[in-house]
Design a protein around this ligand. Structure first.
Ligand code: WTA
Length: 659
């Protein structure tokens, strides 16, 4: 977002007060800010009381060796017991945990907490049978089906950290994650339903396993689509059907208590280098953070609310706000397998009407897509059950916020724009639905218990009305503990920029408006945000240069009305290719397919421009800022620091010639 758009935005005058009825019954009230700030550690200890601890902690926070935090030190608990058993033990076994909706119509089932507990226990026994032991990593590459949640909880029950890899990632991406965290067991499905058709997953697992040396010993496979796996698609010594291994397993499983700091999961996310970072979350603090925020920011009333988060489980939002937060709170949730336009563009609204969804959490990119499809589509459905709407993943532009509030929320519901990251584990900055007078486009301020600021290059807080870098100034329970196997990179990436202040550097730019409320401005590093998905420019550049026809590549995220940012690549071809008179259109198509194969379809560049040169500084650094100007069709900015200032003219004339 440019400075100009931003100052226009901050002049946005509309304010939305919380609905009176909601405010009167709100879970979190205005006094919580002061209460939490007075004694942050005591505040978090109180929040930890939401969970069942087998052994209480001796110390709330150990910050003796920053940035390595320990929360609820000495405490013991089991995450899966907190998410299922204790609700059953408290007599709520008949309550629905998930209304699961498959993409094919009429393919739905509701699963109670008691049923979920049985499934988790069976899966835990089956995984044990397959050799999984406490501390072992399990990779999960699954569609949006109940077995995915069951597998995560079964892993948590065994103290075996899971690493869920988004089903849209390629076999190569899956393999690199399997190898990085040495997962001996992979859980997958034959496929899932997407856009009205079965979409295979198992072949990618086979390819990934083959690329992972001898790391993978067992692959557990759910039969979802019944797709033909072909003769080569099954390895009798390695592959096991879920219905053989899990269905016959015992539903009795005695859980063990784990240390509060026992690893719960690793989630890979894009960083500024080509290699994805394995974000490590541990048990106690993460569960406290996700449960508290889910309850407080969505104003959850577990007895009456029906909650739906549309994220994929392969992303952190799916972990914290489809699985751990909601289940720890005993929520009834909706889970939907497919795409929003299958079989018709009103599918989401139909689901909200059918299940009486009250709390709804989605991403700006989806909202903008629905805006484009037209308000008449949601108007055909009864959405009056909704009482709160949430947004996550990227800045929500005021038009989208207003449309969301008006068209989906009948002009009544609060919209909570929640800022957080894979690294933070839980929401950090957000309005409070019963307290905040929301401003369209602003995530407002840090929630009670969290301390955030916007600082300048030196780490000094900027005055109201100015912009800078977003930082978190105090440790919080659901913070990442390290990067899997790479403490140094953990320190460098997040804690070196403002080392003397001890601040966590989020990598986002932000501005404080005249009231001191925070407006997020997007990444300040080489990470792009495409439809709320984090992608690394360097990772896509590496994928491009791994193609034999490419000599050099530079990738930028260009503003895009629908997806927030879009991937734009500038590519220099090898001399022998340039000379062979081939058609650039063919090469562009070939390169797009190549990126999809290397990383996944989500990383496919929207645009690939074949250029003769790239703009570089005298020290050889590519000036992405100038390429961004080209990609966004703007006048090219200051070129004086280029080693060869004519390069941009060359690029521009070459592109015009090519049009
Ligand atoms: C961006 C997703 C503006 C931000 C939970 C952050 C946002 C990155 C918002 C993390 C928001 C997330 N407003 N920007 N409400 N929420 N972001 O790790 O750039 O996939 O650093 O976590 O998304 O993406 P991640």
């Amino acid at each position: 977002m440019s400075e100009e758009t931003l100052s226009n935005l901050s002049r946005e005058e509309r304010r939305f007060a919380p609905p009176e009825a909601l405010a009167a019954e709100a879970n979190v009230t205005a006094d919580w800010y002061d209460k939490a700030a007075e004694d942050r550690v005591a505040f978090w200890a109180e929040q930890a009381g939401r969970l069942h601890w087998d052994q209480p902690w001796d110390r709330v926070l150990d910050w003796d060796d920053p940035p390595f935090a320990k929360w609820f030190v000495g405490g013991k608990l089991n995450a899966s017991v907190n998410c299922v058993d204790r609700h059953v033990d408290a007599g709520r076994g008949d309550k629905v945990a998930f209304h699961w909706v498959g993409e094919p119509e009429d393919d739905a089932r509701s699963i109670t907490y008691a049923e979920l507990k049985d499934e988790v226990c069976k899966a835990a026994n089956a995984l044990t049978e397959l050799g999984v032991r406490t501390g072992d990593r399990v990779a999960i590459y699954m569609p949006m089906i109940p077995e995915t949640v069951v597998t995560m909880l079964a892993c948590a029950r065994l103290g075996a950290p899971h690493t869920v890899v988004f089903g849209g990632f390629s076999a190569d991406a899956l393999a690199s994650r399997i190898v990085d965290c040495e997962a001996h067991v992979v859980v997958t499905a034959d496929g899932g339903y997407r856009r009205g058709a079965p979409s295979a997953l198992k072949p990618a697992v086979d390819e990934a396993v083959a690329k992972s040396g001898d790391v993978v010993r067992k692959v557990l496979v759910v039969r979802r689509t019944g797709q033909d796996l072909g003769d080569a698609g099954w390895d009798d010594t390695r592959d096991v059907w879920w219905h053989d291994a899990v269905d016959s397993a015992s539903a009795e499983h005695t859980p063990e208590s784990f240390d509060s700091e026992h690893p719960l999961y690793v989630m890979y996310t894009s960083g500024t280098t080509g290699k994805p970072k394995g974000i490590l979350h541990t048990t106690g603090g993460y569960l406290v953070g996700s449960a508290y925020t889910h309850w407080g920011i969505f104003d959850l009333k577990p007895e009456t609310d029906v909650y739906w988060c549309t994220a994929d489980i392969g992303w952190v939002t799916g972990h914290s706000y489809m699985v751990y937060g909601p289940l720890a709170n005993g929520t009834t949730s909706v889970m939907y397998e497919g795409t929003p336009d299958s079989p018709h563009k009103g599918r989401w609204w139909e689901i909200i009407e059918k299940y009486g969804v009250t709390l709804f959490y989605t991403a700006p990119t989806a909202i903008r897509t629905f805006m484009k499809w037209g308000s008449d589509i949601p108007a055909k459905f009864d959405l009056s059950s909704l009482r709160l709407l949430g947004s996550v993943g990227e800045p929500i532009n005021p038009e989208a916020y207003i449309w969301y509030r008006e068209t989906i929320g009948a002009g009544q519901t609060p919209v909570v724009d929640t800022w957080w990251q894979t690294e933070t584990g839980a929401i950090m900055i957000s309005p409070l639905p019963g307290v905040t007078h929301g401003k369209p486009g602003s995530a407002m301020k840090a929630i009670p218990g969290v301390a955030a600021d916007v600082v300048d290059d030196e780490g000094k807080p900027v005055p109201n009305g100015s912009g800078g870098f977003l930082v978190l100034t105090e440790p919080w329970p659901s913070m990442l503990r390290t990067l899997w196997g790479d403490d140094e990179r953990f320190k460098d990436t997040y804690w070196s920029r403002f080392r003397s202040q001890g601040y966590y550097f989020a990598g986002d730019g932000a501005k404080k408006d005249d009231d001191g409320d925070i407006w997020l401005l997007g990444r300040v590093d080489d990470v792009m945000n495409v439809s709320g998905h984090r992608l690394s420019t360097t990772e896509i550049e590496s994928a491009l240069v791994s193609h034999p026809k490419v000599a050099e590549a530079a990738v930028v995220g260009a503003a895009d009305e629908m997806t927030g940012q879009a991937v734009c690549a500038f590519v220099i071809l090898r001399d022998e290719v340039v000379g062979d008179g081939g058609d650039n259109a063919d090469i562009v198509a070939e390169l797009r397919t190549h990126v999809a194969k290397e990383i996944g379809a989500i990383a496919k560049p929207r645009q690939i421009m074949i250029v003769p040169e790239l703009p570089k500084t005298r020290s050889g650094k590519i000036m992405r800022r100038l390429l961004k100007d080209v990609a966004e069709d703007r006048q090219v900015g200051d070129v004086t620091t280029l080693a060869d200032s004519t390069v941009m003219d060359l690029i521009s004339s070459n592109l015009q010639g090519g049009k």
